[in-house]
Design a protein. Structure first.
Length: 504
């Protein structure tokens, strides 16, 4: 009886292996009976082509975006790597046209939701797809208070556990392990991407890290303090109505530096703009800045410093071209994510952000999460050694996470791992792109396709063609160049056509 019970626990698949039989693919609905190491399968159901709608979706346009999905097997899971974990995961397995690869998607902000749009994009491209809510529900930090294990899940554990489980399900359903596994995400997902390369080098063959918010707690504190500074007096506040005026003035000075006047600053590091030139000659007007507003503009475009001591609170700054998005950090109150992080990870939910003390509270924030949200370890040598490729990208006009964060990380990785980074690391700075997407730049490009070509035939991308889309129509293409190269116009042909540009 003991032997029989032992083999019953092993399961049919294990018995087949012991008997020398070839395991058969497990049908979709039968995946609901699978046992997973750190949790349980909640459901497994076949979804007809075009029939999926995100749970609790109320926006008709958002639902319409899923109408083009092919038929797939939808598996939902609950993972519990700790006694306080409740990580929800979905794995989507296309019923035809699978490319034998897995693509996992990360999260934005404070997580709290399955990234359905990203998963849909993955599956349309032929991948099996995986996503997680990072262990809590809702895009706030309520989950942190008195739940240290949930902060670990949000920081990195949910992504790792999701990945391991997704590979198991893929292998069971198709009777074949994925030949490649990729991770692709931006912002918080960009930090998740870096941490995956740092902590779990065996999870993925290639990783895309966009606009990564590493050193997250320092960024939270610095952004909250910056908000208090730009709102220090009513006279210092730059009303949002003036952002277009400032933006146009910056473009007037720097747009044509690349010999193409197209509303995009190709190399903002070469743009030197003096906001004092916009100083009002008399009373405050819509077409100028007061002296206090000039100082506010300077604060937005320089490393964030304590004005009293000069100490650097955060090394990043917002670059020329980002002016239209300044309201995300310099609005009437701090960005919601930063405020949440400070209230519920560093202080208490009733903390008054006006009382922030610099630089002491910045350093307090850096220590509050015990390094879980840092993601700044440049030693990714284990990932590179096993052949992993890391493709980073960042919008030069990002008004939320400074482009400097990616440039700094790129340089630190090169300095730390040395020559192995030459064929394993690439950074693409995207002119005119805001936070992860949007803006006048060419912001639509297939990062995973470029990564796949790099991993498979080992062709490191030196350029990627990107498009700018207006109302669903491509109206410009441009070459994105591997940093530090930039795109240069050949001098003939349309400036809206990528073929007329070269990287140098």
């Amino acid at each position: 009886m003991r032997i029989a019970a032992f083999f019953a626990l092993l399961g049919a698949a294990t018995l087949d292996a012991l008997n020398g039989a070839t395991p058969a693919p497990i049908a979709c609905e039968s995946l609901a009976q699978m046992k997973v190491t750190t949790g349980q399968v909640l459901s497994a159901e076949s979804v007809q082509a075009g029939a999926f709608a995100p749970p609790n979706a109320t926006n008709a346009n958002a639902i319409t975006a899923f109408n083009t999905l092919p038929a797939f097997c939808r598996v939902t899971l609950k993972l519990t790597p700790s006694s306080d974990s409740d990580i929800r995961v979905e794995v989507w397995l296309p019923q035809s046209g699978w490319n034998h690869k897995l693509q996992a998607s990360g999260n934005g902000g404070l997580g709290g939701a399955i990234p359905y749009p990203a998963m849909a994009a993955s599956m349309r491209a032929g991948f099996a797809a995986a996503g997680t809510d990072t262990g809590h529900v809702g895009g706030n930090a309520d989950f942190v208070v008195d739940h240290p294990e949930k902060l670990v899940d949000f920081a990195y554990r949910a992504i790792h556990e999701m990945t391991v489980t997704a590979k198991t399900l893929v292998a069971a359903h198709y009777d074949a392990r994925p030949t490649r596994a990729y991770f692709n995400s931006c912002s918080t997902g960009g930090r998740q991407a870096l941490i995956e390369a740092q902590r779990y080098p065996d999870d993925f063959d290639g990783i895309v890290a966009g606009d990564p918010s590493w050193d997250q707690m320092r960024l939270y504190a610095a952004r909250v303090w910056l908000n208090t500074y730009v709102n220090r007096t009513p006279a210092a506040v730059i009303p949002a109505s003036k952002y277009p005026m400032i933006h146009n003035a910056v473009l007037g000075k720097c747009d044509a530096l690349d010999d193409v006047k197209d509303g995009v600053i190709e190399a903002p590091t070469k743009c030197s703009f003096d906001f004092a030139t916009l100083t009002c000659s008399g009373e405050d007007r819509a077409d100028c800045l007061t002296k206090d507003q000039v100082e506010t503009a300077n604060a937005m475009t320089r490393p964030i410093r304590d004005p009293k001591s000069g100490a650097v609170l955060h090394p990043g700054r917002y670059y020329p071209g980002s002016e239209l998005g300044w309201g995300g950090v310099a609005g009437p109150s701090p960005s919601g994510e930063s405020h949440e992080g400070m209230r519920k990870i560093v202080f208490t939910p009733d903390w008054d952000y006006h009382t922030i003390n610099v630089p002491d509270d910045v350093e307090r924030a850096v220590k509050a999460d015990k390094g879980l949200l840092h993601g700044g370890d440049p030693d990714v040598s284990r990932f590179f050694k096993r052949g992993g490729k890391l493709l980073m990208y960042h919008g030069w006009a990002d008004p939320l996470v400074s482009p400097d964060t990616s440039v700094i990380m790129f340089k630190r990785i090169n300095d730390t791992v040395g020559s192995s980074a030459a064929n394993s690391l690439a950074l693409f700075m995207v002119p005119g792109m805001g936070h992860c997407q949007g803006g006048p730049g060419s912001d639509v490009f297939d990062k995973v396709a470029a990564l796949d070509r790099w991993v498979e035939p080992r062709m490191k991308p030196q350029s990627i063609e990107a498009a700018h889309v207006t109302a669903g129509v491509v109206d410009r293409t441009r070459q994105l160049c591997a940093y530090p190269a930039t795109a240069h116009y050949n001098g003939t042909g349309s400036t809206d056509d990528a073929k007329n540009f070269r990287c140098q």
